[in-house]
Design a protein around this ligand. Structure first.
Ligand SMILES: C[S@@+](CC[C@H](N)C(=O)[O-])C[C@H]1O[C@@H](n2cnc3c(N)ncnc32)[C@H](O)[C@@H]1O
Length: 497
């Protein structure tokens, strides 16, 4: 962090401390605090290059369920707080068709437009300059997800991403008139500004009970993400996702509450009696360890959509494959439950569907109750379902334009390019990667070395980061199919022995 950045962070932490934001474990909170920072008693701002970058570390050993941060309502940036300005509120009232997220996005841009006079100026200086959510992906970056048209009934990654890009554009078009009426500066009314502001709302909002769009929570939005513990996520839970972070805590806290709330994935939420957003340690943390927050249950594609990152090991990931129409119709399971889990095993519903599909039509009704209960119907039936599944995964892997090894090599090249110290080195690396060479937005003229040495042009760097995410996503997808083939082969071996 440069000197300027460092002093901005310090000014921000002083400002939030003045507003009563506190990481004090005791309810007395701010009174025990130095006025220089709201952190230091439970948490410290830190850098975690492999898990989210800037984040919060435990300042001491933290017990599971302990309160680690309290952010008073006054510090939250919400539509309600911005629209205390009656003129702005009157403008918004004239546009009742806009969604709460569109309104919060407009409110954020209105605050940015106020510059230093905004109540949240110091908070706004802490926000990232750009995001890697799917809405920011170019057509070529989307194409690199590769998984396309695998089913007529469940949408594929490329199609979902294209819809997200077109939705963010139409959201902006719908909100432009409101921004003009509110007198928001012209440069903040552009699609580019909208992408930034809606990215901020998507990646940083926390759930509040009075507004579906959620709130922007200074310091609380420094927590990086951990998926719910394995034992908390059932293999077939129908995950609800939203752009706001899901958390389920309300009411008073005491030691008896702690285990109960833990089992509800509770690590933070708005508390009426505290008039504040409160955060709790979801497990025991060693001093220095990163304190993580569970934003909700998301597949990797959903994490990319809402937060612009994905996990190598995501217990909630789902790989959808192309299923023949007669497979879909052989059971009444909803289509979105027919997937392969991240460990390579078919989901409960897919397994049950394959058992029914491998049963002759005239016998399906008789065995339906057993299949729907997850029971094996016969050895032959099981073997034919597993053989079909392995063959389909194999077929899908062959259809995809690159292999697991090829994707690993592209990710490696991108990592090296991001660290290049000269343009020539960068071009050398690129010469071996056909796909990247073809799809990257390369500058027309060779970039020159600046005062601080060679730096990749910003546009190219951001595009490389998004390509890396796309390649990583498809790599994880392929690994799931590979694991599924092994799982099927092992099952067939066991059944046949
Ligand atoms: C609420 S912010 C967390 C703080 C953020 N790192 C910062 O510097 O402000 C959420 C963003 O952090 C990053 N992030 C959070 N958890 C992550 C994780 N487990 N792995 C990678 N990136 C993560 C993503 O960019 C995400 O959009």
């Amino acid at each position: 962090m440069g000197g300027g950045e460092g002093s901005k962070v310090e000014a921000f932490l002083r400002w939030v401390a003045e507003m009563g934001v506190s990481d004090s474990p005791s309810p007395a909170g701010p009174s025990q605090h130095s006025s220089d920072s709201c952190l230091g008693q439970s948490l410290l701002l830190s850098d975690f290059p492999d898990v989210g970058g800037r984040g919060l570390a435990a300042a001491r050993e933290l017990r599971r369920g302990e309160r680690v941060l309290r952010v008073p309502k006054e510090a939250l940036l919400t539509s309600e707080s911005v629209l205390k300005d009656e003129n702005l509120a009157a403008c918004v009232k004239r546009h009742p068709h806009l969604s709460s997220s569109q309104i919060l996005t407009v409110c954020l841009l209105a605050e940015v437009g106020k510059g230093r006079t905004s109540h949240w100026y110091l908070y706004l200086t802490q926000l990232p300059q750009s995001y890697n959510t799917l809405a920011n992906f170019s057509p070529n970056e989307i194409k690199s997800l590769q998984v396309v048209h695998f089913t007529f009934l469940v949408e594929d990654a490329v199609c979902i991403s294209e819809k997200i890009v077109s939705k963010v554009h139409s959201d902006w078009e719908e909100a432009v008139i409101l921004m003009q009426e509110m007198g928001i500066k012209p440069q903040l009314q552009t699609f580019r500004s909208w992408l930034w502001a809606s990215g901020t709302v998507s990646t940083r909002t926390l759930h509040v009970p009075w507004d579906e769009a959620g709130c922007l929570c200074p310091v609380g939005d420094f927590f990086n993400y951990a998926s719910p513990e394995d034992e908390l996520s059932s293999e077939n839970s129908v995950a609800e996702s939203s752009s706001a972070v899901h958390m389920y805590v309300d009411g008073a806290r005491n030691m008896e509450d702690i285990d109960f709330s833990y089992h509800r994935l509770a690590d933070g939420g708005y508390e009426d009696n505290e008039v504040a957003y409160c955060f709790y340690a979801r497990k025991r943390y060693e001093k220095g360890e990163q304190v993580l927050l569970c934003y909700g249950t998301y597949t990797n594609l959903e994490l990319l959509e809402h937060y612009g990152f994905l996990l190598n090991e995501n217990p909630n990931d789902k790989a959808f494959i192309w299923l023949d129409p007669d497979i879909y119709t052989s059971s009444s399971w909803p289509k979105d439950l027919l997937y392969i889990q991240q460990d390579g095993r078919p989901s409960f519903a897919l397994h049950s569907t394959l058992r029914l599909w491998a049963t002759p039509h005239n016998l399906r009704r008789a065995v339906g109750h057993r299949a729907y209960s997850g029971l094996q119907l016969s050895v032959e039936n099981e073997v034919s379902g597993m053989k079909w599944l392995a063959k389909r995964c194999q077929h899908m892997l062959h259809q995809l334009p690159t292999t697991v090894a090829g994707d690993c090599s592209i990710m490696d090249t991108i990592d090296k390019m991001l660290k290049c110290t000269s343009w020539e080195d960068c071009m050398d690396l690129l010469s071996n990667e056909g796909e990247l060479k073809e799809l990257l937005p390369l500058p027309v003229n060779n970039p020159r070395e600046g005062d601080k040495g060679f730096q990749l042009p910003g546009k190219l760097k951001r595009s490389l980061e998004r390509f890396r995410l796309a390649v990583h996503w498809r790599l994880v997808y392929k690994r799931v199919l590979v694991d599924c083939i092994s799982y099927c082969a092992q099952s067939v071996d066991m059944l046949s022995s």
